[in-house]
Design a protein around this ligand. Sequence first.
Ligand code: X8Z
Ligand code: ZN
Length: 599
Amino acid sequence: MHFLLRTLGLATALAFAAITPAARAADSTALQERADRFLSLVNSSYQALYYVEAEAQWKAATDVTPAHDAASEVAGKARAAFVGNPALIKETKELLLFRRDLKDLTVRQLERLLLIASESPMTNPKLTAARIEAETAQASTLNGFEFKLAGKTVTANDIDNLLRSSTDLAARRAAWEASKESGPALKAGLVKLRDLRNGVAQEMGYADYLSLQVARYGMTTDEMLRLNSDFMRVLSPLYAQLHTWTKHKLAEKFHQPVPKLIPAHWINNRWSQEWAGLSEGADLAPFFKGRTPEWIVKTAETFYTSLGFAKMPDSFWPKSDLYPVPEGEKRKKNTHASAWHLDLDRDIRSLMSVQPNAWWFNTAHHELGHVYYFMGYTRPEVPPLLRDGANPGFHEGFGELTALASAQVPYLKSVGVLPADFKADETAFLLNNALDGGIPFIYWSSGVMTHWEADIYAKKLPATEWNARWWQYVRDFQGVEPPAARGEEFCDPATKTHINDTPAYYYNYAFAQVFKYQLHDYIARKILRQPPQACNYAGNPAVGAFIRSIMEKGATADWRQVLKDATGEEFSTRAMLDYYAPLMKWLEDQNKGRTIGWK
Ligand code: X8Z
Ligand code: ZN
């Protein structure tokens, strides 16, 4: 073994490039061995500590108590003490100086390790400890928050159900306002976290926390913002038509004059992120009467097993927390759906509050998309450091793809949600797709969420301007306005789960939308040979093989290459636009004579 390689440094790295080919080959082998030994130790320790932390976080998220918060904090610090260890960072950086002489899989693991270390660099232990403490406290406030409506405690499901069903504008406004009550409780913690998150990223040489997150794509913040603006630009004619149609529809529903901007409490979602429930011909509410929550989750599993995937591990069922806290029980838990890969192996769980309705049917399919991605890349060829999506948007993309497949009429018939002789109005279903998580969602995710987080992290927007900027973006991007002025005594962005516990992440959902249509288009046209707007994946093993071929790679390959290899196409909005092309004509017809858009 060449001695140089045991004492690598920048000067030696440069010298290394100048040595003879034979010596270099011998050194490369030694270097690779050194990296292999390092990564083998890191992978197994990482996996073990990841489990300790995930288990503690799971307890804190499913049963909010001071003891669980304290345990979660300690576990977080223990994991940080390892992944952020200065010796580990130094060795990783040194090895990366020789990236050209290392295997691609090795370089990927080293790069990933640096990104992981950048979340909790122990080169600044005080800062990292302060961040973990603040993150734990914020999660506890968020998960333990009690919403009150007319003096009575209500759940997030109660608020959502009211917004889905009530035609009483005063009751809707009260529920909407109640849903914004968590904001002030979360603001101080978020202000503190903005600086701590930026601090850890800067400690490792990133400009801010958003650029650290975006690095998972191999992109800069500006490139990511441009990509998101592009999504909005290409979809804007369709969005303007949908916005126009929707405000006329809502004005009719509530017997109100047609507004310029849509009042937020008119829409069935707390943030206007999806505009479901307006396409009458596609109303699935009656078809979920009499179903159980268990049936919803089981059906989502059957979707995957019918494609040739294995069942979920047996432990999924007893270890998950799938249903609302039973009445009378005092326990508080996170009410937002999530999927967890606790040990980066077979301990996979989901946290949900499933009720038997179309929304949870969709969401359960989304969560199982994550679960099957976990299962897909959990194999010896994928080291624990790379047991993750090709990028985070791929992960959300499989969630969203599964949700889109579960909303197709032939699938709904095959699982018995719709009767076999149901005569579907194709336009009504396509319109529902567009409204419910399709097009308005882009203006929420690429527009409001991404731009607001860019402002607070990258542009350091003063906390005294947070709510004003938020509503400026809601108006400009979504064409929605609050029922009354929302001053800085509120912090409406903080009412959204991700702003608190999954920061600088939301553009991944926008990416996932575009990505899901690309995969869906390929599956429908090339594998099923069915129209993308009405197809059924269930029971088709070729579809399963296609999905698995992407999932099983995890993060071992570049995401652009993975997408190209699978579909033959670069990342593009082409499929999304094609999918809705038939709807555009219909909307133009419906909107004849109306002023289009709000600008
Ligand atoms: O958070 C989720 C999933 C869990 S990853 C339920 N979604 C986003 C949201 O609810 O805001 C799914 C689509 C958008
Ligand atoms: Zn998800």
